[in-house]
Design a protein around this ligand. Sequence first.
Ligand SMILES: C[S@@+](CC[C@H](N)C(=O)[O-])C[C@H]1O[C@@H](n2cnc3c(N)ncnc32)[C@H](O)[C@@H]1O
Length: 220
Amino acid sequence: MSRSTLALTDELRKYILDVSLREHPLLAALRQETAQHPDAKMQISPDQGQFMAILLRLMQAQSVLEIGTFTGYSALAMALALPPNGHIVACDISEEYTDTARKYWAEAGVGDRITLHIAPASETLNDLLASGKADTFDAAFIDADKESYDVYFEKSLALVRPGGLIMIDNVLRGGDSANPATESASTQSIRALNKKLHQDPRVHLTLVPIGDGVTLLQKI
Ligand SMILES: C[S@@+](CC[C@H](N)C(=O)[O-])C[C@H]1O[C@@H](n2cnc3c(N)ncnc32)[C@H](O)[C@@H]1O
């Protein structure tokens, strides 16, 4: 019995992965390759990838929007959870990062399930809205530049269907969200969004302390 969330020690974190992580060999290989990258810490954790995948399976998602792709781990984890006719629209601004992503997606046999748009995500999202895609996506995952999260949330809310899911990454900012001494623009932006979402009547929400903190929102 517990009335609060268990604090995780390193031993407990390792135990959780030991008894529950089922990582596709290509996800593991991608994680290993990305570990050599100077920006490796941008990648989501493997247990977060598995968590997002089971959510998509539970809701039988077919169409997903990803904002922030990097070397492709989250997109690959989600694509593997979709049916063969499932589809992800992925947004990033870096050809360099996403070259790695494309390689792994192809190797995993899901390259045809992911359309990558190399452009500022707000432009891609505006294009999707202009082409009549409002209320069509089953789910969205937001994991790009933190200062723009509120814009990405608003556009994702328009693009996701009623009942659909929006997952927002890094809402805890390594603990900085709860530390008023941290005043970086990115943390202030996440803090403001967390506060706004708490009161937003357009969504149901829960904040899950997995990875760097993920807020799950269901469009009402
Ligand atoms: C935290 S990483 C994404 C990690 C990824 N979800 C994963 O699982 O590995 C953030 C990504 O957002 C991209 N990005 C930054 N600003 C962007 C923008 N304005 N539009 C689209 N993507 C952007 C970066 O190039 C970077 O690849």
